[in-house]
Ligand binder design. Sequence first.
Ligand code: 9WN
Length: 414
Amino acid sequence: MTMDIGKLDDEARNILRGNDRGGYTLPTAGLYPYQWNWDSAFAARGFAAFDAPRAWVELETLFSGQWPNGMVPHILFHKPDPGYFPGPDVWGADLGPIASSGISQPPVAASAARAMLEADPAAGRDRAAGLFPKLLAWHRWFMDWRLDRGAVCITHPWEAGRDNAPDWDGAMAAIDPVGVGEYTRRDTSHVNPEMRPTKDDYDRYIWLVQRGRRLGWDEARMLEYTPFRVADPTMTFILLRAQRDLRAIGQALGEDTAEIDGWIATLEAGAETLSNARLGAFDARDARTGEFADCVSSASFLCWYAGLEAPEMLAVYDRVTAACRYPVPSHDPDSAKFNPRRYWRGPTWGILNMMIGQGLAEQGHEARAEALRRVTADLIAEHGFAEYFDPVTGAPAGGKAFTWTAAVWLTWAR
Ligand code: 9WN
């Protein structure tokens, strides 16, 4: 189709400006009224396309909420807003300088910072130097607290950023959310409930939050007994990539990066433990039971973004992307659990496409990368800057005027 690139550029910049709350950017107004971690790093990349100083501020604001133990929370509650549940009163996570959640999210910030530094080394040097020790501390926190056989685990489905992915079904089913009590969701008042996680999911999400709160969000105490601990391809591949990017930043700044070299080796070995031979693909692995989830997800295809060659994944990628018009579906269309409308159980997400596309290109699979870029551009041009899309029809879903979809347009898809 023919698309008006200039008009889409304007629209994307207006979305970023419109969601800007002064130093940080909302994912979308209404549904998500706070600063989210990985959304913010993607927002920074979007701003970098037209306002580099503002892009650095986005990352600096994110790190202003870093906890003393190095963790960077998945939500920073800068200003109270009753439109989102669960808010700071439910999390009770008061260990950091800003009210926040008690868990983290996929660490894409170092990768954003590296891209920004390389785009303008002179202007970016001081900003990158300010962030480097903070990024290092966050990455060390993952290495200290989240590894299982070298792969990175999540302790809550929200930590992966793929909330209701079928990858967690087994681990979630093992939780009995006893005593969770009554609560009122707000997400389903903003968007169609059919596009959101179910009540069974939410009971467990909230039960896990209540448990973390009872344990004072103390990682050592939480590790003694872990009701939910899943080695996750999203986290593992994204952290591996982020470590390589952090090392590049460190080298550009003349820092000692030996510690990061060790982390990369550990994570490379850990990534192999996510290879499910029965499935022929990278998969989530329950760290408590050792069982694989048997799920091909869009996160399985982040292997290339992580810097792995993974030639065996190409045929899986070709099968999955051929199965629907608007790939990459978040869950395998050939699986009985595939649902093209329900959030992370089928829909296509622009940020995953961008990371998969970058990885494919870097590993020399340019034709696949270009096809994916084009399909993502078509999705946005035809259906707008939605939170996610139906992979079969392209229909927009979830929140509108979405920050990370605008950022994907400005940085990669256009
Ligand atoms: C919980 C903000 C976030 C994204 C996640 C996405 C969704 C939150 C929610 O929205 O999660 O963190 O309430 O559904 O799954 O990836 O960061 O856009």
